[in-house]
Design a protein around this ligand. Structure first.
Ligand code: ATP
Ligand code: MG
Ligand code: MG
Length: 534
């Protein structure tokens, strides 16, 4: 797994890990099985994969399953699928819950060495005391009492439920993360893997450093909002005499007009604002892949972002521009005409019965294959092109040749109803201003393919939602746009998930066939230029 990849990192960034030795690096990606992965998780996962590859080391996928209130087995399955969509496969898959026995013993050890104490101070008071630097009344309870309360917690009794276990670090350190953090809590709910064996669960602050150390992680990648918690992380392994782990931190990824919190994403799904976790409007791994974001572009983008410490909301344009570079050389070229904007054209000098020509699907890349183009004397062109033609103008029909505009029937509203062109194949296409796409009108033997072109807008109307903003006030009313079009019959060669370009319209990905109307549905892939709807 994890073969080294030749991804280029922008010059100037030396992406490396402190003290890393070839063959000895172990990284880990620790998702909580409480939802689907989003583009922020993709950054964490891809950086971990990158370093594991770079040093020919190992990548651990660890399900961080310490909160039975939020976690479910289904999410483990879907997270592994999400990782596969990112072409990430860990060398091993583990669970924090694999270490519950050891974590428990280590917690007891902390109590026994006077480095942890049980506390039944109620939540709000505890928060207040931590904020103000006031010691809990239980801070100096004796070891026997602490052990007794911890044992009571373990049974999940009413008495036990009142208590939690805190590490005895500091009462009033200026770094508030060090003010006696909670390291074990009761939770009577059954756990998706350990059932009702446990009524107590380690917090992230305790489980993460301990399991990192036990699993042989050499470099723990963390988002830098945890930087205040680094001393706390090292305190844990120090206090337990465990091997110290290096921390490499990076900034959390955010995008404008985008929500990346699991809670908010759940809200969108539950309120029917999207059709599911794989909705192309969603920043989930499934959503962005479905909308045509390639793994290659994601990887390049994440590595460019890699060492940045700035927590800013990024524009989507830059990632889509990278994506365009990835798909342009391999996307076959097809043509589509919008159904309600099509103009019938008679081509004088065109073949009286259909002629078929074999042309490359991509002019610069013969590997993309060949397509069949149908030539007849009755074709369709776009209203927008038709309107722009001057009388007697010489234009170019792409993949065919030049033609003169001979007559144009226009209705009262200025809409072109029909046009007559006169072929002028000796004409020089370099001298025309307009090179247009066209399609032969459907005939029984050469029917056009009815398709739907889909485009999407951001789900929210505000670049960056603030803490107090009510999500309901910022929901974009309409975010899906559908247009019926006719495409050349070659699009039938495409498979779901294939990229293509409808020339002069943009890049698209085939999403599949609509069950109700039988039309092929194509989703527009943003290309990093100003968002324009088809
Ligand atoms: P929640 O969204 O419920 O707060 P979480 O985002 O922390 O949870 P986890 O499943 O715990 O979700 O995340 C797994 C890993 O992904 C963590 O190491 C976390 O730092 C990283 N991660 C999560 N969100 C982002 C983000 N926006 N940018 C970069 N890394 C992220
Ligand atoms: Mg988390
Ligand atoms: Mg999150």
């Amino acid at each position: 797994a994890n073969k080294a990849r030749s991804t280029k990192v922008a010059a100037g960034f030396a992406l490396g890990l402190e003290g890393a030795k070839k063959g000895q690096v172990v990284t880990r990606f620790p998702p909580e099985p409480s939802g689907y992965l989003h583009i922020g998780h993709a950054k964490a996962a891809m950086l971990n994969q990158y370093f594991a590859n770079m040093y020919e080391g190992k990548l651990i996928i660890r399900f961080d399953d310490t909160n039975p209130s939020k976690e479910r087995s289904e999410f483990e399955v879907t997270i592994l699928e999400d990782l596969a969509l990112l072409e990430i496969k860990g060398d091993v898959v583990t669970h924090t819950s694999d270490y519950f026995d050891q974590l428990y013993e280590l917690a007891v050890k902390l109590i026994q060495s006077g480095k942890a104490y049980t506390d039944d101070t109620e939540r709000e008071k505890m928060q207040f005391e931590r904020r103000e630097g006031i010691a809990s009344v239980h801070r100096n309870d004796n070891i026997e009492d602490n052990l007794k309360h911890f044992a009571e917690m373990k049974t999940g009794s009413d008495e036990g439920l009142r208590w939690c276990l805190r590490a005895k670090m500091s009462v009033d350190d200026p770094n508030k993360a060090l003010r006696d953090p909670v390291i074990y809590r009761c939770n009577p709910l059954p756990h998706h893997r350990t059932g009702d064996k446990w009524k107590i669960y380690p917090t992230y602050d305790f489980a993460c450093p301990v399991v990192d150390s036990l699993e042989g992680v050499t470099h723990a990648l963390r988002t830098n909002e945890y930087r205040d918690r680094n001393p706390q992380y090292w305190w844990m392994t120090d206090a337990l005499g465990l091997r110290k782990v290096n921390i490499w931190d990076f900034s959390r990824l955010n995008f404008i007009y985008t929500l990346l919190s699991k809670r908010k994403l759940h809200e969108f799904v539950n309120n029917g604002l999207v059709r599911g976790w794989n909705d192309p409007r969603f920043p989930t791994v499934r959503g962005i892949r479905r909308r045509g974001l390639t793994v290659e572009a994601l990887r390049q983008f994440m590595l460019l972002q890699g060492p940045s410490q700035a927590i800013v909301s990024l524009e989507w344009d830059s990632i889509w521009a990278l994506n365009k570079k990835a798909i342009d050389p391999i996307a076959p070229r097809h043509w589509a005409i919008l159904e309600n904007k099509k103009v019938p054209v008679t081509v004088k000098g065109g073949p009286s019965s259909p002629e078929v020509k074999t042309l490359p699907k991509h002019k610069k890349n013969p590997d993309v294959g060949e397509k069949k183009t149908i030539y007849t004397s009755t074709i369709l062109i776009d209203q927008e092109d038709a309107v722009s033609f001057d009388d007697q103008e010489e234009i170019t029909l792409m993949d065919w040749g030049n033609a003169f505009v001979r007559s144009k029937v226009v209705d009262a509203s200025g809409r072109v109803m029909s046009i007559e062109l006169d072929l002028h194949l000796e004409g020089d296409f370099k001298k025309t201003k307009k090179k247009i796409t066209w399609l032969s009108q459907s005939t029984p033997e050469h029917p056009l393919t009815p398709v739907t072109l889909l485009d999407y807008d951001y789900l929210i109307t505000k670049k960056k939602l603030e803490e107090n903003d009510n999500l309901k006030d910022f929901i974009t009313p309409v975010t899906e746009f559908r247009e019926a079009a006719l495409a050349d019959a070659n699009v039938k060669d495409l498979k779901k998930g294939d990229y293509l370009q409808f020339e002069r319209r943009g890049y698209f990905i085939l999403d599949g066939e609509n069950k109700e109307d039988g039309r092929l549905e194509f989703i527009r892939i943003p290309d990093g230029k100003a968002a324009g709807l088809a």
